[in-house]
Design a protein around this ligand. Structure first.
Ligand code: EPZ
Length: 429
């Protein structure tokens, strides 16, 4: 199993190209189920989760070809996928595949919308929280699907097709918004989704659906109004830049010190996180090329932050912010309001010398003068990368085990950091 070795204490200087967003690429790939024509996606990141979803989609009959495999030196342009679901050959998404990647559960809505039936495994347990799918199922029922749970599978049927409805989510959910949006575009009549998630990845998917011929109003707002159409067409769409990768590298620069251009990053997608970084003493400057992030000389100021759905501070940057705050000049509080168990990085950061106390969903982080390198264990995607940030700040060597979690969501992480002067390397095998 691969490991990552970091020797801390080096500033970061240079350019980091930001890849396409994992959490947009996944639903965009799923949207290919909705049309028999070819959906071309540009700027798709090369990640384990993308490859896993490709396997799942091929199982349904989606033909995927990848144009001009990346051979280095292409900056942040990513790969181009051509996805064609001329015929859906199998409407079952099996447990063996869905249990390995939760987002694959989102094939349910598009499959029922196009084929009037689907059998998709319930996703099962997850390291960061219980993560139920009740909102997805409730929404599909409101669109007229009959839903049964049989042998761990959701069996959905809509023999006469889905029908538009007014769906008011009692809670903001990214996944349920994707799911219902992708189902509603082919439902008969009008669907209104209220309290929809407003994450930039949802707007990106909506823009792609519109390019495919869908009729959607309110893109980027919490009310989406969809007029169903009979059929969608092929389209070309570029995946938006990954705001979580952007925020992660911005925090790495704030942690290690230095000056880095996050090439291709869009500040409007992560203003709350950038405001927090500015509050703690980093300089954040949007430029036509991306975001320039600098911290030279001054210390790291403590902050008080709670995670919230977009446009609030993202839960997917909570672990990284906590790593940064371990070296702040003072005490920070970080409250996680989205997932109940997203604190597995805490004990690993403590192994590096951090002073963190948990009470319920609040972490109190007392900044320490120094961290020292240690062997640590990656537990989930964002927790893993918080240990990379910890390692960059720590004196001596940090060895991160189980880095396959990182490969799910960060493309060429060690290459991007080492080009900016970090002492970081992957040890394979
Ligand atoms: C998406 O997960 C992201 N995944 C997550 O990123 C991200 O952390 C999360 O949104 C929140 O921003 C992808 O985009 C692939 P939710 P999702 O439905 O859709 C509860 C990463 O590291 N809920 O918005 O699963 C749920 O338990 C990942 O890249 C219900 O109660 O998140 C949670 O408390 C991890 N019932 C809250 O809503 C439901 O039916 C928000 O979850 C659905 C969700």
């Amino acid at each position: 199993m691969d490991r990552i070795r970091i020797t801390g204490g080096h500033k970061l200087e240079g350019i980091i190209p930001i890849s396409g967003a994992k959490n947009a690429a996944l639903p965009l790939m799923i949207a290919s189920i909705l049309t028999p024509e070819t959906l071309t996606l540009k700027n798709v990141p090369n990640l384990a989760d993308v490859n896993m979803l490709a396997r799942i989609l091929r199982n349904h009959g989606v033909d995927l070809t990848i144009e001009g495999k990346r051979a280095g030196g292409k900056g942040h342009l990513g790969e181009t996928f051509h996805l064609t679901a001329r015929e859906i050959v199998d409407t079952t998404a099996p447990y063996e595949l869905v249990s390995r990647m939760r987002a694959s559960f989102w094939v349910l809505g598009p499959l029922v919308a196009r084929c009037r039936q689907a059998r998709v495994s319930m996703p099962g347990g997850c390291a960061i929280g219980t993560r139920p799918v009740d909102l997805h199922l409730q929404g599909l029922k409101q669109l007229g699907a009959e839903i049964d749970i049989d042998g761990g599978y959701v069996v959905a049927k809509a023999p006469k097709g889905l029908k538009g409805a007014r769906i008011i989510f009692p809670k903001v959910s990214v996944g349920a918004t994707h799911q219902i949006l992708m189902a509603a575009v082919l439902a008969k009549g009008e669907t209104v989704i209220e309290n929809a998630a407003r994450e930039p990845e949802i707007a990106d998917v909506a823009r792609c659906l519109v390019a495919m011929g869908a009729k959607i109003e309110g893109v980027g707002t919490s009310t989406l109004r969809i007029q169903g159409v009979d059929r969608l067409e092929g389209a070309r769409h570029a995946v938006l830049p990954d705001r979580i990768e952007t925020g992660t590298f911005a925090m790495a620069v704030a942690a290690a010190g230095g000056n880095v251009m996050l090439q291709g990053a869009q500040i409007e997608d992560l203003e709350s996180a950038m405001n927090v970084l500015a509050d703690c003493g980093a300089t954040v400057k949007p430029t036509p090329d991306g975001i320039q992030i600098t911290r030279n000389g001054n210390g790291i100021g403590p902050v008080s932050v709670e995670t919230q759905p977009f446009p609030g501070f993202p839960t997917d940057l909570q672990a990284q912010l906590m790593a940064l705050m371990t070296r702040a000049d003072g005490t920070s509080t970080i409250r996680e309001t989205i997932f109940e168990n997203r604190f597995m990085h805490v004990q690993e950061l403590v192994r590096l010398g951090a002073d963190i106390h948990m009470q319920g969903d609040i972490a109190t982080v007392r900044g320490v003068k120094r961290l020292t390198g240690a062997p640590v264990m990656a537990t989930d995607l964002r927790a893993s990368v918080s240990l990379v940030i910890g390692g960059l700040m720590a004196e001596g060597e940090t060895m991160i085990n189980r880095v396959y979690h990182l490969d799910r969501g960060f493309e060429r992480l060690e290459e991007k950091l080492s080009r900016c002067g970090a002492q970081i390397e992957r040890i394979t095998g």
